[in-house]
Design a protein around this ligand. Sequence first.
Ligand code: GLU
Length: 301
Amino acid sequence: MPNPNALYRGRFAPSPTGPLHLGSLIAALASFLDARHSGGQWLVRMEDLDPPREQTGAAASILRSLRRHGLHWDDTVLYQSTRGAAYDAALAELTQRGLLFSCDCTRAMLDASGCCSGRCRDRQTDIAGAPHATRAAVPGDCRITFTDRLQGRLDTALGESLADFVVRRKDGLDAYQLAVVVDDAAQGITHVLRGSDLLDSTARQIFLQRQLSYATPAYCHIPVITAHNGQKFSKQNQAPALSDDLAAQNLRHALRFLHQDTPPPTLAGVEQVLAHAIAHWSLSRVPATLAVPAATIGLAT
Ligand code: GLU
């Protein structure tokens, strides 16, 4: 049983854009094992704040698959679609501190990294009534340095590379960067373990945590699994859904991808495989790279 006073609270935070696939199972399993091996708690948060990208029934299907794979979570699932008031409060605080500005640029006006390059900051009264995105104003000299538990020390010149990232979109939807920061803090998350495709987002999230006086969790970014064409397995790339009937085998594939100790073949059931995996979990065995092809674990794609 996880210890309710544990100093470790991890989470898996899927977006319900499709069913669980091997790539998302790997992220879920690694964060689960890291939490349980430390006697910690493991939460699930459904990041359902982008209805146009979501698929009907995907949230329920992901939760069903997690259960069938023995990945039982603590507490109740937090749905981001219910959290609008918390995101409003965070935006109000950032606004009060003069850290946000409105931007009515069209996509064509933005630079290659999606920044508005100073076009809007001095036109705030003109923009007020028009449809606009809300952006964080990152000081030009802002650098964010943190040590990822797997990828090591990372230093981002955030003020140079992403001086004004979006926190609320022009269509009125809250941006992932804001919501994830508010919810990691609200849920008391101490450890974030997720795929390396989100490594780029971490500096933005740490920037917001500092502005909102939130604690920064320990971060760990594991490699993503890539198909034969080098693309990451993702719902957008039509990664095949996992069969819940093959849950023990799926867990074994994910453990092989993570270079973990192989559970003996006599351990047939999901719970037995997981008990072995929790006891033998070793983060230092996970390859400290950003991507690993599926073929390395004998999966053809
Ligand atoms: N919802 C994000 C995704 O599915 C993950 C967010 C996170 O782990 O920070 O890619």
